[in-house]
Structure formats: structure tokens, C-alpha cells
Design a protein around this ligand. Structure first.
Ligand code: BDP
Length: 727
């Protein structure tokens, strides 16, 4: 056999030497916003290095050790050298980290703000100590230190100055939770980023590195609770074999300040407990849940509690036994109360037996129960009255139940927003809802104030986001969908933050600090929230989605057994016009809003145009504010949505110099899909609505390439995220 000449061998070795590090440098998105790339700007680097030259920080327990490791790792990468940790304050460190109780009194006495930051807040402040300027990071409790460390690193990622800093921050909402709609077979209902992270088969022994990185990412944005399982619940997760696995996950998340919750299937006492009933007023059922709670808390002392979807979309609940939501929720609340657990009871209900407008049903069913739930019950309300549509007015329950803590539930996963192939920056949507004024206690009674408890003085507060996370390499499928996870967490911490600030923080941490990049991509993010509303559901239209999978348009669907599952129920298009009349002439859903708002929505002249067809059925020749007819305006909106995607594509071109080529291409390819699908939406919807309006498309709207029959014939049996049917 011929031997390879030594110079070829040397060349090959050299190639390997070059290839390996090069490959390792290609960003794959796994790091999320926690990629601590070395700071290249010399003066900034020097400034930071000086500030954190030597650090006094004694990690005395699990959470502090997490914070210590995170700090060490982050600083080592950002500053390209490991920090020096001193063994005491006497060594005159440039930075001191410690909670109040662990600090020298001389140091903690210098801080007046401890009383304002509660258990989870932190203070990062420049103080003078022994004639020297020192950066102090302090808190009342360990978790505050961890949050402070993450914030410090984030400021460095964003190149914000640390000089003369006085940052006092604490979360405004107590329970900041992700809801995973993950099934035990690892499929994810409405999940578009692969399979579930939870590898039930290998748990409890095998701890996937992902669990730890998931916890890090959540802690970095202040998320402190996670519901591991789907709201369409499987009782098996409450059996000992699965509780072993849940316990293992809880142990991984605890050092990051994250509590584990489970969904409770209401009929579990029958399915896994062998009881003949799940009636909440039956003593055996009550005892079963009490014993179950005891069993769980014996394993997981800080277990958060149960999230329950009851009597909704076929899920069992107290109504199966002639009882009501209060009976059901309080029965469970009593079981977890001795362990300081909470029950989160969902208000997403609508019934096939109730002929009332679906948008009205949750309010009608829940508002009369105000004040009747036990103190450890929170009612979780979706942001709008239908179901996570591209745009909905806020849910009228907000502000209408002053004696009940209401959580808002947002959907981070994009069930109705193009799955993980469309780029949509959701913090803008979340802010529209949080900033909406309910007028319930006069002007300024925003949804944010209902949720953070300040409007009605609730003792317990919470917010939930349906996770968009799966086992895709980059966690969320679309690289920009990471921003929605990030943004949800930041708003859960502080609902008053602006979407602009969130975009800025995320872009800097994830991609680049270049001002040109930031400016154009921030504009693109704003556009990304408007575009899908225009190309899917403009002017207040809603639920035009194809059945079951919700992938793409299906405005023609009208043959499903339940009326409110058909898109035709929502758009009500006919020869005369289009839209759902929710004024006093129609379903009168507007009556569920405060008087000022109801009046505004009822009057077609004052109703915001973005909600026009949500509240009104209008003739095709109705004149919009722009002077065009409704038909023309609708068609032009669809076109505008497509044009906006086109514009996003051009803007992304400008990002090329600032991001790695693979990152650039990945987003570019996804945007091509988004453009194709935006056109699909425009053409399918307009061709269909045209069968009623019988009017030509106006100038400026591209002619559809295919026929209506073509769009109607499309089938997607393998679209991801479909709901499993075991109930
Ligand atoms: C809808 C989803 C369905 C969920 C339901 C819910 O289509 O898969 O189970 O909401 O929130 O958005 O319970």
C-alpha cells in the first residue's frame, strides 16, 4: 500500500486544525441570548475589566453557586480572562456581591432601597467604600443575586456603562410562568420547534444538558415557574413513575429559582385512582386529591401547584357532575393549600350547547364567581376573548373581576401566526394588550395593572406564556422566535417595559451592537407585527384558519359540527357585506366592556379600524377612513401585508455584514416561506370573499396565480402541532 507523503499528512492536519475551530465558531442559535462573545471595543473592554477587576462573592448555597458560575463563565468570555475572586472585603475588591444578610453591615448600611425590592429584586450600585469606588450587587434573597448577575452580564452584552450605576429593579408580577403544551409522547400541541425537551423515557436518571440550559435561559429573564405538561392533560403524569421524573426536573430547576407545576386532569381520580367519580363535592375525591398533593410535596417541597383546563373543548371538569368552576377550583386549592401551592384555573371555556357568541361565553361564565375562589386560586385568561388571533381586542374579563387574581395567558408559540416559519415579533402584540385601557377604575386602568395586581390590590399575581420551545437546535425553530421567549420573560418581569427596549436588548445580546444593524432590524421587527395581521386577518377579521392544524387560510370552512369551529361563523361574509356584529344590534358582546369602551366600539365611526369587522358587519361599499370602499380597503390590506414581508426581506439584506453567514441565510430562507405563504393567504382569502362581493380587485393588488378551487383543495395531514385525540 502506498503511504501518504508526510507533507500531505501535514497539510491534512493543518486543515483539521483550521476546520475544527472554524466549525465551532459557526453560531447555531443554541446559546440563545446568552452567547457572551468577547467584547472587541478596546475602551469598553478596559472599562469593564477595571470595574470587575476583583470580586468578593461567596457562593454559600445552591442558588448562589449558580450565580457564581454564571458570572465566572460570562465574564471570562466577555472580558477574555477569568475574574479574580477575593476571599474577603478587606482585600479591597472592585466589586462586592452578596445578599443583605451576608454583607458586612458597613456595606449594607449604605443601601436604602432594600425595602423596595422584595424577595426577588436586586440592586446594582456604585458605592464608596474606604475611599474607593466599588460596584455592589445586592439583594434580600439569593434569587435576587442570580437575577442581578444575569442583568449585569446583559448590560455588558449591550455595552451599557457600569460607571456610577444605580440600578434598582424588582419584578412587578409574582408568578412568571411558561406553559408547555407538551404531551408525554413528546409531541407538542401547537409546537413548531421539534419535540418536547422532556425526555420522559430517560428520566429520572438521565439529565439532558438542555434542562440546565433551559433553566439558565429562563432565569436570565426572570421566569420562575414552568408547567411541564399540556393543558389537555394526561392523568399518567400524576402516577409515581412519572412523579419520579418530574422530581428530577424540579431538582434541576430549583437552583435557578424555577418551580415546577403540572396540569391536573380533572378525571384523574377515576383514571389513575380507581374511584367511580371525580365529583369535587365527593369526600373520596377530595381525599384522593389531598393524598396526591401530599405525595407530590413529599418529593417536591416547592412544587408550584396545578394548572387546570376544565369543561373546555371536551376536557372533564366539575360541570360533568353538575358542579361549577368554583367547586372544582376550590376543591383542588384546598388540597395544595397546606403546602402553599396554587391552583391556576383557566377561563378558556366555550360550549357547543351555548348559542351565545363565543366571544361572550367566558365572561358570562366566570364574572358571576368573582370573590368566590379561595385565596390560592388564580384564574388564567387568554389575552383576547376568542383564541390567540393575530389581533384581538383585550379580553373583557380583565378589570371585571376585582376580587379574583387574573393571570393573562399569552401564546408565545405561533399557532395562528405562521408557526415557526414566519417572523413575528410578539412583544409588540403583548404590549398592545398590556397597555389596553379597561377603564374599569377610570382612565388608566390598563390590563397590565389588572395583572400586576395594582388596580384592585390583589395579593397574588401571575402571567403565563404558552412556550414556543422544542428540541430544535436553536430551541424555537425560527431564530427570531427566540425574541418572543425573551420578550415574554422581560414583560412578565416588568409589563411597563417598551417593546423597543426589549428588541434592543435582545438584538444586542443575540446578534450585534452595530447602530445601523440595530436601527434597521428594529424597524423590521415593528413591521413584523403588522404584516401577518394584514395578510391573514385584516380590519378585525379573525379565525379564518384552516381547520384543526390552523396552517394557512380556510375562510370557506363551514361544515364542522360545532358552529364556532367554522371560520364562516366569524367572518359572516355574504352578498351584502362582511364582519361579526357585536353591537346591541348583534351579539352585544360590547356590553362586556366598560361603558366608555362599549360606546366607542358600538359606533362604527369611533371603533378603531383594526377592530372594525370584529365588532361590525358592514356592507362591501362602506367607506373606510381612507375614503376607499371596504372591499377595496380589505384587498389593499392583504396586499400591504405581502408588501411588508417583501420589505422585511430587503431590510434583512442589510443585516448581512453584521451576522454570521449561516444565520443570515437561515432567516432569509424562512422569509421566503413567509412571503410565499403571505401571498397564499392574500389570494385564497380574496378569491373566496370575492364570491360574495362580486367586485374586481382594485388597482395595486396582484392578481392571484391560482384558482379558489386550488386553494380549497390543499390538504395538510402532517402539519405539525396538531392536537392528539386521546380524550
Ligand atoms: C387553542 C388550541 C388548542 C388548545 C386550546 C387551549 O387550538 O390546541 O388546546 O387553545 O388553549 O388555541 O386550551
Amino acid at each position: 500500500m502506498k503511504r501518504t507523503p508526510p507533507h500531505i499528512l501535514a497539510f491534512m492536519a493543518l486543515c483539521l486544525f483550521w476546520l475544527i475551530p472554524l466549525e465551532a465558531q459557526v453560531p447555531d442559535g443554541y446559546d440563545l441570548w446568552l452567547g457572551y462573545d468577547k467584547i472587541e471595543e478596546g475602551n469598553v473592554l478596559e472599562g469593564y475589566r477595571k470595574t470587575v477587576e476583583s470580586i468578593y462573592f461567596e457562593p454559600r448555597n445552591e442558588i448562589l453557586t449558580t450565580a457564581f458560575e454564571e458570572l465566572k463563565n460570562g465574564l471570562t468570555q466577555l472580558l477574555d480572562r477569568p475574574p479574580i475572586f477575593t476571599s474577603g472585603v478587606n482585600a479591597s475588591p472592585s466589586m462586592i456581591i452578596g445578599k443583605k444578610a451576608d454583607l458586612d453591615q458597613k456595606v449594607s448600611d449604605a443601601i436604602a432601597e432594600y425595602g423596595t425590592i422584595g424577595e426577588e429584586g436586586f440592586i446594582i450600585k456604585s458605592i464608596r467604600l474606604n475611599g474607593k469606588s466599588v460596584l455592589l450587587l445586592t439583594a434580600n434573597a439569593d434569587i435576587g443575586i442570580l437575577y442581578g448577575v444575569f442583568r449585569l452580564l446583559q448590560r455588558m452584552q449591550g455595552r451599557q456603562s457600569l460607571a456610577g450605576l444605580n440600578l434598582v429593579d424588582a419584578p412587578k408580577i409574582q408568578l412568571r410562568m411558561l406553559n408547555h403544551w407538551d404531551n408525554l409522547d413528546r409531541t407538542i400541541e401547537r409546537g413548531y420547534a421539534g419535540f418536547s425537551l422532556w425526555n420522559w423515557q430517560k428520566l429520572p436518571e438521565f439529565i439532558d444538558r438542555r434542562y440546565i440550559d433551559y433553566a439558565r435561559a429562563n432565569a436570565s429573564i426572570g421566569i420562575n415557574g414552568t408547567v411541564l405538561t399540556n393543558v389537555n392533560a394526561n392523568a399518567l403524569v400524576l402516577t409515581p413513575a412519572y412523579l419520579d421524573k418530574v422530581e428530577a426536573l424540579a431538582n434541576v430547576f430549583r437552583p435557578y429559582g424555577i418551580k415546577v407545576y403540572l396540569t391536573a386532569r380533572f378525571s384523574a381520580p377515576m383514571e389513575i385512582g380507581g374511584l367511580p367519580t371525580a365529583d369535587p363535592l365527593d369526600g373520596r375525591v377530595q381525599e384522593w386529591w389531598q393524598a396526591k398533593a401530599k405525595e407530590i410535596y413529599a418529593r417536591i417541597p416547592d412544587f408550584g401547584g396545578f394548572l387546570v383546563k376544565a369543561n373546555s373543548e371536551g376536557q372533564p371538569g366539575p360541570q360533568n357532575y353538575g358542579r361549577n368552576h368554583v367547586d372544582g377550583a376550590n376543591m383542588l386549592a384546598k388540597a395544595v393549600a397546606p403546602f402553599r401551592g396554587n391552583i391556576i384555573w383557566r377561563a378558556f371555556v366555550y360550549s357547543e350547547k351555548d348559542p351565545a357568541d363565543r366571544a361572550k361565553q367566558a365572561y358570562d361564565e366566570f364574572v358571576p364567581y368573582d370573590g368566590q375562589f379561595m385565596d390560592n386560586v388564580l384564574v388564567q385568561v387568554k389575552n383576547g376573548p376568542i383564541d390567540f388571533q393575530p389581533r384581538e381586542p383585550f379580553h373583557p374579563m380583565f378589570g371585571a373581576m376585582p376580587n379574583t387574581p387574573l393571570m393573562v395567558e399569552f401564546q408565545i408559540t405561533q399557532e395562528y401566526l405562521g408557526f415557526s416559519s414566519h417572523l413575528v415579533f410578539l412583544p409588540i402584540l403583548f404590549k398592545e394588550v398590556l397597555d389596553a385601557d379597561t377603564y374599569r377604575m377610570g382612565k388608566g386602568s390598563t390590563v397590565a395593572k389588572v395583572v400586576d395586581g395594582s388596580l384592585h390590590g390583589n395579593k397574588i399575581t401571575g402571567i403565563a406564556g404558552v412556550a414556543n420551545i422544542g428540541n430544535d437546535l436553536n430551541w424555537t425553530g425560527h431564530p427570531f422566535a427566540q425574541a418572543n421567549w425573551y420578550g415574554f420573560g422581560r414583560l412578565a418581569w416588568d409589563p411597563d417595559l417598551s417593546a423597543e427596549t426589549i428588541a434592543d436588548e435582545w438584538l444586542r445580546a443575540t446578534y450585534s451592537n452595530n447602530p445601523d444593524f440595530l436601527k434597521s432590524i428594529k424597524e423590521m421587527l415593528v413591521l413584523s407585527r403588522q404584516a401577518p395581521v394584514n395578510y391573514m386577518d385584516p380590519l378585525g377579521l379573525h379565525h379564518l384558519f384552516d381547520t384543526g392544524h390552523h396552517y394557512g387560510p380556510g375562510p370557506w370552512v363551514s361544515d364542522l359540527s360545532r358552529p364556532e369551529w367554522n371560520p364562516t361563523y366569524y367572518h359572516k361574509a355574504d352578498e351584502k357585506g362582511i364582519g361579526f356584529d357585536r353591537t346591541p344590534n348583534g351579539s352585544h358582546a360590547t356590553a362586556q366592556y366598560a361603558g366608555e369602551l362599549a360606546a366607542k366600539f358600538n359606533d362604527v365611526n369611533t371603533c378603531p379600524e383594526e377592530y372594525l369587522l370584529w365588532f361590525h358587519h358592514l356592507p362591501w361599499d362602506y367607506r373606510l377612513k381612507s375614503g376607499t370602499t371596504l372591499w377595496d380597503g380589505l384587498a389593499l390590506k392583504y396586499q400591504e401585508g405581502v408588501d411588508q414581508v417583501q420589505e422585511m426581506i430587503s431590510t434583512w439584506e442589510r443585516a448581512r455584514p453584521y451576522v454570521a453567514e449561516n444565520q443570515f441565510k437561515e432567516v432569509q430562507m424562512l422569509m421566503k416561506i413567509q412571503l410565499k405563504e403571505a401571498k397564499w393567504w392574500r389570494d385564497a382569502c380574496l378569491l373566496y370573499f370575492q364570491t360574495f362581493s362580486n367586485i374586481e380587485l382594485p388597482e395595486g393588488v396582484e392578481k392571484p396565480k391560482e384558482s379558489l378551487e386550488h386553494y380549497r383543495s390543499l390538504k395538510f395531514p402532517y402539519a405539525p402541532g396538531i392536537r392528539p385525540r386521546w380524550d
